[in-house]
Design a protein around this ligand. Structure first.
Ligand code: FAQ
Length: 333
């Protein structure tokens, strides 16, 4: 089976340890991580570190898979064979990212079935961004430019995450995300520079709708982010939600200028003293509404994932029956 681990954890690593031992082990672990060491699945780690990673990596995996749905909506309507081929390749890449990430999370001792059960029951989250609809072809280019652009900004620092299987998975994911961002930008650039007035208006409309949800992808402001402080101490997150969001805004301003689109924020302006762009307030009430299950497409997205799982039951059963037969055949030989 494909895995991000060099080896999976032996059972005793997963077992609870005695308190005195645990304190000493935890201190040694903190010191190792603070010194920049990477953690492998067979290494001892605090239970909270393990839980945090399972939460973040599995939610990341769910996001990659749910993220295929808004784009899948446009495969049959891509305007040219070239764009259709690119879109198909991109969606397949996202499935691959989900696979690497589920495999990385499995090295922490949680099964894929458990992770999927958490998604399907509504316990585990996935990125808020995928609860918005894709209304026009320009949405597909805009997802590549802004959503994949935000994903790269967030994920490049994760290639240095202290948990080595996650860091290794992110190296390949980031290379592919970079292609995704470029194809989106290219698709928008063609419409803006060579398209009709109606196509340019379609691009601007898509950018107007996706800009603010893209900024929300980085998570709540640092002051309202319950997990950030500990995750940064452990080297899981290397940059804070607000730092990443600011880097993203700064990068997008110049890209928007090249494209010839307006970012829908009247307060967006260069601040010489800070060396960054200031930007207007984000509607955090909308963010929490979407994260809480009440965005425009939450029901549809989760319903599609549950249906895919149910429809695939016979494939999983057949694969298990085949594997059992093979084992019996080998035992009899
Ligand atoms: N959506 O304390 P924090 C992609 C939750 S992949 C929903 O700041 P943390 C590729 C958070 O889970 C996109 N929930 O949390 C693609 C926590 O709740 P919990 C996904 C969110 O973990 C492109 C609570 O709020 N990327 O786009 C969101 O330290 C195109 C408090 O937040 C990743 O998952 C949100 N946006 O920081 C595919 C990257 N933000 O779990 C197809 C890895 C926060 O305690 C097409 N993940 N929450 O119940 C991370 O870097 C982090 O987990 C953050 C959140 C930054 C997302």
């Amino acid at each position: 089976m494909y895995t991000q681990a060099m080896d999976t954890a032996p059972p005793d690593v997963l077992a609870p340890v005695r308190n005195a031992d645990e304190a000493a082990r935890e201190a040694a672990f903190e010191a190792r991580v603070a010194a920049g060491a990477f953690v492998e699945p067979q290494d001892w780690m605090p239970a909270h570190y393990r839980r945090t990673l399972v939460r973040q990596i599995s939610q990341h995996a769910h996001s990659e898979c749910v993220g295929m749905l808004p784009e899948g909506n446009w495969v049959t309507r891509a305007p040219t064979l070239k764009r259709k081929t690119i879109l198909l390749a991109k969606i397949q890449d996202e499935a691959g990212h989900g696979l690497y990430l589920y495999a990385a999370a499995e090295t922490l001792g949680t099964s894929r079935d458990e992770m999927l059960q958490a998604l399907h029951s509504g316990k585990a989250k996935y990125s808020s961004i995928f609860n918005y609809p894709t209304l026009s072809w320009a949405d597909i280019g805009t997802i590549g430019w802004l959503v994949d652009g935000a994903a790269i900004m967030n994920q490049v620092p994760l290639t240095r995450c202290s948990y080595a299987p996650y860091a290794r998975a992110m190296v390949r994911v980031c290379r592919e995300e970079s292609f995704h961002q470029r194809q989106g930008f290219d698709s928008l650039l063609v419409m803006m520079k060579e398209g009709s007035e109606a196509q340019r208006a379609m691009v601007q409309d898509a950018v107007d709708r996706w800009w603010w949800p893209s900024l929300m992808m980085f998570g709540p402001p640092d002051a309202d982010s319950p997990n950030s402080a500990q995750s940064m101490r452990w080297g899981i997150k290397r940059l804070s939600n607000d730092e990443l969001r600011q880097k993203f805004v700064d990068a997008c301003v110049e890209q928007a200028r090249v494209l010839g689109v307006t970012l829908p924020d009247p307060e967006l302006k260069w601040n010489e003293a800070r060396g960054h762009h200031d930007f207007g307030p984000i509607d955090w009430a909308e963010f929490w509404r979407v994260v809480g299950g009440h965005g425009p497409c939450n029901t549809e997205r989760l319903g599609a994932r549950v249906k895919a799982w149910d429809d695939g039951a016979w494939v999983r059963d057949a694969a298990l029956a085949h594997a059992r037969k093979q084992i019996m055949k080998e035992a009899a030989a």
